[in-house]
Design a protein around this ligand. Structure first.
Ligand code: SAM
Length: 275
């Protein structure tokens, strides 16, 4: 029988965030594939778990995936962990997971910490729909395209950024964001955890003094026209009429505007409403 590949999320700072299930799986598997074995060893030592480790990082994903797949085919159960948080989210993992699925090997996620989700849920910015962009690309052209995507996005945007690059990224964002809210989440789950909910200019003033791991949550672009249309379409026809009457429009203009807002013909408005 083939083994199972467990994708195990580990703490992003506070060790209390490891789940009971993650601990059990780490104890039960035959092997742990780790992004950095020294980092994972610290975690395992803390929880008194002793297990063989194999390194699995960005630069050896290809070769190590093959080795891991062979072991899984031979019935070994393997836990995949990254340095912190959820493997595969801006961390190695994707390659071996895809290969395992191709080979019909059981892949089981063991849920736990993920920095972007925790930054988002406490940001106070809309959580209904969001786009996670990970780290912005360094290549000038693709970076420009991503910035354009952020400028146009009506959904909340989440970005990971290295602390030493944050100043430059904020500067680029300040040129496109205008009035949109932005939250900087820092050192999540650690002693100096902080959410800075200020405008981008004050963020830029502070950034040189800020240390640690950081995430940006950016409010989606407001769609003022359709918001106003939605608001008006909830009114009765009489209320809708009065809304424009108060603004000084004459009857003909009001009918035209109501018809446009409701996407119906002027005649329909006349027939239903104006006597
Ligand atoms: N796999 C991880 C996850 O599940 O979130 C992400 C790993 S990625 C290489 C590292 C980036 O995640 C950091 O540069 C930072 O943007 C974000 N991050 C990770 N831990 C964080 C923390 N405790 N507080 C704030 N941001 C964090």
């Amino acid at each position: 029988m083939k083994g199972t590949l467990y994708i195990v999320a580990t703490p992003i700072g506070n060790l209390e965030d490891i789940t009971l299930r993650a601990l059990r799986i780490l104890k039960e598997v035959d092997l742990i594939a780790a992004e950095d074995t020294r980092q994972t060893l610290k975690l395992l030592n803390h929880f008194e778990i002793s297990k063989p480790l194999i390194s699995y990082h960005r630069h050896n994903e290809d070769v190590k995936s093959e080795i891991l797949i062979e072991k899984l085919e031979n019935g070994e159960n393997i836990a995949l962990v990254s340095d912190a948080g959820t493997p595969g989210i801006c961390d190695p993992g994707e390659e071996v997971i895809k290969k395992a699925i191709e080979e019909d090997i059981n892949v089981v996620p063991i849920p736990g910490p993920c920095a972007m989700i925790n930054a988002l849920i406490a940001s106070g910015i809309d959580t209904k729909e969001f786009t996670f962009l990970g780290f912005l690309p360094l290549n000038k052209k693709t970076r420009k395209e991503k910035l354009k995507e952020i400028e146009e996005s009506e959904k909340t945007i989440i970005i990971y950024e290295a602390p030493h690059k944050m100043k430059n990224t904020l500067k680029e964002l300040s040129e496109i964001l205008k009035e949109r809210k932005i939250v900087l989440a820092r050192e999540l789950t650690k002693i100096h955890e902080e959410f800075i909910r200020e405008d981008i200019d004050s963020l830029m003033e502070k950034i040189e003094k800020l240390k640690g791991e950081m995430i940006l949550i950016i409010e989606g672009k407001k769609i003022e026209n359709s918001n106003q249309e939605n608001m008006l379409n909830k009114l009765s026809l009489e209320e809708h009429y009065k809304y424009y009457e108060k603004q000084g429009f004459d009857k003909k203009e009001i009918i035209k505007k109501i018809a446009k807002d409701r996407n119906v013909s002027k005649n329909e408005i006349y027939m239903n409403f104006i006597k």
